[in-house]
Design a protein around this ligand. Structure first.
Ligand code: HEM
Length: 412
């Protein structure tokens, strides 16, 4: 498949990253079952109906081989990251272990903490008139909130951010030593955490996993490692990207920014806007599956054992499902987007992600209702996610009138 002109679909191509939507339009219209030889070679689904159906058909499109989810997989592991790299029925047994921890009522108790962290971060830059939303706001906010949610020391978040960067930049720079070094450090950190909880159980999700039984057996050390790694890494970058994508849009669209700034206390309006940001600028654009049998779609047969890329980002921009799909319609009413997936692997952390987005947008708009881009933003350099590596804004400097002691533990 040549997506456009002589170029094949390549989510690492800077041209694609700058504007993937023109490629998505082409795929949906002309090539709903595509194949590219780039990044190890894989098939691509882009229409909403096909993506939705594939995500629900785990019998044909499996997640159960370690490394299948990322395309390409540079660092194959011999253990699965759980529960995402498992298929039913095993998947459900692993997922149900932590379901209560991620329930909406449990997550919403964190709202005051997230709001205080957001305010403390804004205090640090409000008087300067400028900031980089990635490093001064979204990244420390999400890391801090996740640490509090997982009941881990906030200082540890600095290491998670470092590992994520090493793994990612090692991959991008084709430096496997950097990637595998950071992966090993992260595995050692999780192993230590689990060993500590086995020796001294606490009231936290890691102790819950060390005490859990699946079919009567405790989780093996590698299962505990895989689960722990996913909890630390699964949605952190995606949530940071989700916040920044929304704030980038608001920086660029004054009318929508004013509209939302006037509705910050209208919970329903804010929630609808968050869903629309997630649909229109989905933080996760592409994830992988592996076919378990030959399957024919739109007259094209995808053979058994092939890698398949599922384009959440293209599905969420499909006009057949979303009128005005390219526009960010903040009060869109019907919005069955796939930003958190669908089917058995639907995002476990969706409530936490939504809370982070809601609070981050609300507190920033409340304190800084008028802001604009201060420089050309730096997009993330991998098209399977959509987000920024740097996002500078400027605004009228202000100090917090009622500001008193607002110390926070040092976030990442
Ligand atoms: C805006 C932020 C987020 C987005 C866009 C997002 C997106 C997704 C998507 C698309 C999936 C499905 C993957 C698949 O079908 O293979 C998923 C799964 C998952 N997410 Fe998220 N996520 C976000 C935040 C989070 C957070 C904050 C956490 C936890 C702290 C989290 C934990 C998980 C887990 C554990 C799974 C695997 C669920 C399973 O396999 O049953 N996510 N996420």
């Amino acid at each position: 498949m040549k997506a456009l002109g002589e170029r094949e679909f390549d989510h690492y191509d800077p041209e694609f990253i700058k504007d993937p939507y023109v490629v998505y339009d082409h795929l949906r219209n002309a090539c709903p079952v595509a194949h590219t030889s780039k990044q190890g070679g894989f098939w691509i689904l882009s229409r909403y109906a096909d993506v939705r159906a594939a995500l629900q058909d785990w019998q044909t499109y499996s997640s159960a081989i370690p490394g299948t989810i990322a395309i390409p997989n540079y660092h194959a592991r011999d253990y699965p990251v759980l529960p995402i790299e498992a298929d039913p029925p095993a998947h459900g047994k692993y997922r149900s272990l932590v379901r209560d921890v991620f329930a909406r009522e449990a997550v919403d108790q964190l709202e005051d903490v997230v709001r205080d962290v957001a305010d403390a971060l804004i205090d640090r830059f409000a008087a300067t008139g400028h900031c980089d939303l990635v490093h001064d706001y979204a990244l420390p906010l999400v890391s801090h909130a996740l640490a509090r949610f997982l009941k881990l020391p906030v200082e540890d978040a600095e290491r998670w951010v470092y590992w994520a960067r090493e793994i990612f930049e090692g991959r991008m720079g084709d430096d496997p030593a950097r990637t595998s070094g950071a992966t090993e450090e992260m595995a050692a950190y999780v192993d230590g955490l689990m060993a500590n909880r086995i020796a001294e159980p606490q009231d936290d999700v890691f102790s819950l996993l060390t005490q859990a039984r699946v079919d009567g057996a405790a989780l093996s050390p590698l299962e505990l490692r895989g689960y722990g790694i996913l909890l630390l890494t699964a949605g952190r970058e995606a949530t940071v990207d989700g916040i920044n994508n929304a704030l980038w849009f608001l920086a660029e669209h004054a009318a929508e920014r004013d509209w939302l700034a006037q509705r910050l206390d209208d919970g329903a309006a804010l929630r609808a806007a968050v869903e629309e940001f997630l649909r229109n600028m989905s933080p996760i654009q592409l994830l992988g599956r592996i076919t378990t049998r030959d399957t024919t779609l739109h007259g094209v047969t995808i053979p058994k054992g092939e890698s398949l890329g599922v384009l959440y980002g293209a599905a969420n921009r499909d006009e057949a499902e979303f009128p005005q799909a390219a526009s960010c319609v903040l009060d869109r009413r019907r919005n069955p987007h796939l930003a958190f997936g669908v089917g058995v692997h639907t995002c476990l952390g969706a409530h936490l992600a939504r809370l982070d987005l809601r609070v981050a947008i609300k507190q920033l708009l409340r304190r800084i209702p008028d802001f604009s881009l201060a420089a050309e933003p730096l997009w993330a350099s991998n098209g399977d996610t959509r987000g920024f590596r740097r996002l500078d804004i400027r605004f009228v400097a202000s100090s917090r009138p009622e500001s008193g002691d607002n110390d926070m533990e040092s976030p990442a």
